[in-house]
Design a protein around this ligand. Structure first.
Ligand code: C2E
Ligand code: MG
Ligand code: MG
Length: 709
């Protein structure tokens, strides 16, 4: 049969055998034949792949060349493949002659060989592919591990974490986010973010995500109000960014959500406390001012009128004194309740402090309407009430101003309503008055000033400005003078020349002066802490303060609390103060000097001090009043006076400071006549602490620059 076959293909047995070998050598896989458990044939490529010679292999058990760990498994596979005639390839590790282990892909099939069954194996070195595969597997494993680690971190985060796709469907949320929203993971994943957002939040979130999508830029700390599963609301601070795939395409957003409800609540509380009166819960002066401003804008746009009412209780002080503070508080709370009840809900009732209330009525039809409201307020106030078992009756005085007739801005309207209220009080109380130009008398104005001054300290309306003094000898700034400033929300800025006399008369200057001392000393030390050189600080004293028995304690306290060197403090008094009660005042001045503090005579030349008198005073500095400086160099008389004071200063070894220097000629004149220092608008206007610090810095730098050139 064989020879016939040969005959058909036209090949001899020899040809056939040669062809067979050629094929085997060229197929690119190693071939081996195993018979009776031993290598019976190995192809040249097989030898090349394994590094063995024919002699080393033929007659040997093929399994002995298999990597020991794979031997048993490979044997089982081979047996199974042959039995079931399965030609599927399998892999194992083979030991090369050089000791190297290679990965092999093999197929076997059963063939006749020399008349007996044998197994024919094809053998391929797949080590390189295997290595790549392993590397890939490692990489995948590492990736999975890092992903797992990152998910772990995310799950353990205190903050909520979420991922959404571009349609806004949640694709991932961590535990904290579930807690934030009160839903389980299952309930959230796959759901739209609209699940926990109301209309406003939806819009805000859409805008936020849209913005990130368009710009590619992340958004940080954006406050959002979310609705939890139980319907309660929570504030979340959201930071979000775009998720892109490895092709750089946007596929969604990821973000962190921090529950800041607690903080929000606190902020709201603080805002509430800052804008409401603690006792009655009514808007305070600040909020009322804002609301009034807002209402004025509206009224101006729609050409409407509005009315402002100043309401002051008439007998409040008596009740407070007789029945005590608690009773007073009760009365104020009850009055607030009644005023609110007497008005429409859109009308605003505020409390300015003390027994002063304010009311604003918008969309006022006419003046009669305002009168009706005022009467309602009076009725509400006068209705008898029982406080701590006592029957009390209070009345109120009300002043009314109307926009736009009586004023176009908040301040004028308030001031005019306040003045009208004073007229109502003057005219017998328990009534109301409209503002008219006729009531704007100096007397009423002064009453209003005095009343507002009483509240200024506790309402923090004072501040200090500082004016620098230039030393002619060194060209440096040796010191500053503290000058009091008052900015009242109703009256606007009021100059010291207007309010200091009233503060003096009423005695208010004592607590105000104490505040000035403290604040000035503290400021002085603050500048030093900012690295500025120590300078002297001049503070004006008033007669009332000099006569006050606590003055020395106040000075000591201001120095102790700030830590300021007493030598840097200069207290300014005027000649007329000494004249008031020389014996007593001189005693006080001596005690002040004992503290190490320096003394200056302010506005010198306007009193009647003679050389002899000044000689007996424990002072260090003379400040020439600016009325003498004003007409230098044109007025010979003023020049003569100034020269006399300068000479007097030299004789008594006092430092002479010229006040109110406004021009270069004045400065030159003073410099030529050996004045020690000058103060005035020409060199420096009184300014706030920051500007003064800046002046001190630049002036020093400029001086150094001059010294170096
Ligand atoms: P003063 O102590 O003689 O203060 C100097 C005043 O002259 C300041 O007015 C200042 O702004 C002004 N002044 C400075 N340089 C010039 C200038 O070149 N030209 C003109 N025309 N004026 C200049 P201010 O701040 O209005 O103070 C007025 C007065 O009020 C002070 O006169 C002082 O007597 C009193 N005062 C200010 N602050 C206090 C304070 O804290 N306590 C007391 N008791 N009185 C104070
Ligand atoms: Mg002064
Ligand atoms: Mg002065």
């Amino acid at each position: 049969m064989k020879s016939k076959d040969v005959g058909e293909t036209g090949l001899t047995k020899k040809d056939y055998s040669q062809l067979f070998r050629e094929i085997i050598d060229n197929v690119g896989v190693g071939i081996h034949i195993v018979q009776d458990g031993k290598f019976a044939y190995v192809s040249p490529l097989f030898l090349e792949l394994t590094g063995y010679t024919e002699e080393e292999l033929l007659g040997k058990d093929p399994f002995q060349f298999i990597y020991p760990e794979d031997r048993e498994r490979t044997r089982q596979i081979a047996v199974e493949r042959l039995k079931t005639r399965n030609s599927e390839a399998y892999e194992y590790r083979f030991l090369k002659k050089c000791g190297e282990v290679i990965w092999v892909l093999e197929k076997i099939s059963s063939v006749p060989y020399h008349g007996k069954r044998a197994s024919l194996g094809s053998f391929m070195d797949i080590t390189e592919r295997k290595r790549q595969e392993l590397l890939h597997q490692e990489a995948v494993k590492a990736l999975r591990k890092s992903e797992e680690r990152y998910r772990n971190i995310i799950e353990q985060m205190e903050d909520g974490y979420f991922e959404v796709d571009l349609r806004g469907k949640l694709t991932y949320v961590n535990e904290a986010e579930c807690r934030n929203l009160g839903y389980s993971k299952e309930e959230l994943i796959g759901k739209d973010y609209k699940l926990f957002a109301d209309e406003n939040t939806r819009k805000a979130l859409f805008k936020l995500f849209n913005n990130i999508y368009k710009t590619g830029r992340p958004v940080k700390a954006y406050d959002m109000e979310l609705i939890k599963k139980d319907g309660t609301r929570s504030f979340n601070e959201i930071s979000a960014s775009l998720i892109v795939n490895n092709k750089g395409e946007a596929i969604g957003f990821r973000g962190i959500a921090r529950d800041v409800s607690e903080r929000k609540l606190q902020e709201e509380r603080i805002r509430y406390l800052a804008t409401h009166d603690a006792l009655t819960g009514l808007p305070n002066r600040m909020l009322f001012g804002q609301l009034l401003n807002h209402a004025i804008e509206g009224a101006s746009r729609y050409r409407r009128k509005l009315a402002v009412f100043f309401v002051d209780l008439d007998r409040f002080k008596i009740i407070n004194d007789l029945l005590g503070h608690e009773a007073g508080d009760e009365l104020l709370k009850e009055t607030a309740r009644r005023f609110k009840a007497a008005l429409r809900s859109m009308d605003v009732v505020g409390r300015l402090g003390g027994d002063e209330f304010v009311v604003m009525i918008e969309e006022l039809k006419n003046e009669e309407h305002a009168a009706v409201v005022a009467q309602k307020l009076l009725d509400a106030a006068t209705e008898p009430l029982k406080i701590m078992g006592e029957e009390c009756k209070v009345t109120a005085s009300i002043g009314i101003s109307i926009y736009p007739r009586d004023g176009k801005d908040e301040q004028i309207l308030m001031k005019h309503a306040d003045m009208a209220m004073y007229t109502a009080k003057e005219e017998g109380k328990n009534n109301y008055r409209f503002y008219t130009e006729a009531i704007a008398s100096p007397f009423i104005e002064r009453m209003s000033l005095e009343k507002n001054l009483r509240y200024a300290l506790e309402r923090n309306e004072f501040s200090l400005h500082y004016q620098a003094k230039l030393d002619f000898k060194t060209g440096g700034i040796k010191g500053v003078e503290a000058l009091l400033r008052w900015n009242d929300p109703v009256l606007g800025p009021v100059t010291p020349t207007r309010f200091i006399p009233i503060a003096e008369e009423t005695g208010l200057i004592v607590p105000i002066g104490r505040w000035v001392l403290k604040t000035a000393c503290k400021q002085n030390v603050t500048w030093q802490k900012e690295g500025l050189p120590p300078i002297s600080m001049a503070v004006n004293l008033s007669l009332r303060q000099l006569m006050d028995e606590n003055l020395l304690d106040d000075i000591r306290a201001a120095l102790d609390e700030s830590g300021m060197d007493p030598e840097l403090l200069e207290l300014e008094i005027t000649e007329s103060m000494i004249m008031y009660n020389p014996g007593r005042i001189l005693e006080v001045l001596a005690k002040i000097k004992d503290l190490g503090v320096r003394l200056a005579i302010d506005d010198f030349g306007t009193g009647y001090s003679s050389l002899a008198q000044v000689k007996s005073l424990p002072v260090d500095i003379l400040k020439v009043d600016r009325s003498f400086i004003r007409n230098i160099p044109s007025s010979d008389k003023d020049k003569a006076i100034t020269n006399t004071i300068l000479a007097m200063g030299r004789t008594l070894d006092l430092c002479v400071v010229a006040e109110g220097v406004e021009t270069e000629e004045q400065m030159n004149y003073l410099a030529q006549h050996s004045c020690d220092m000058m103060q005035g608008f020409f060199f420096s206007k009184p300014s706030d602490p920051e500007s003064v610090a800046e002046l001190l810095r630049t002036h020093r730098a400029a001086k150094q620059g001059v010294a170096m050139t």
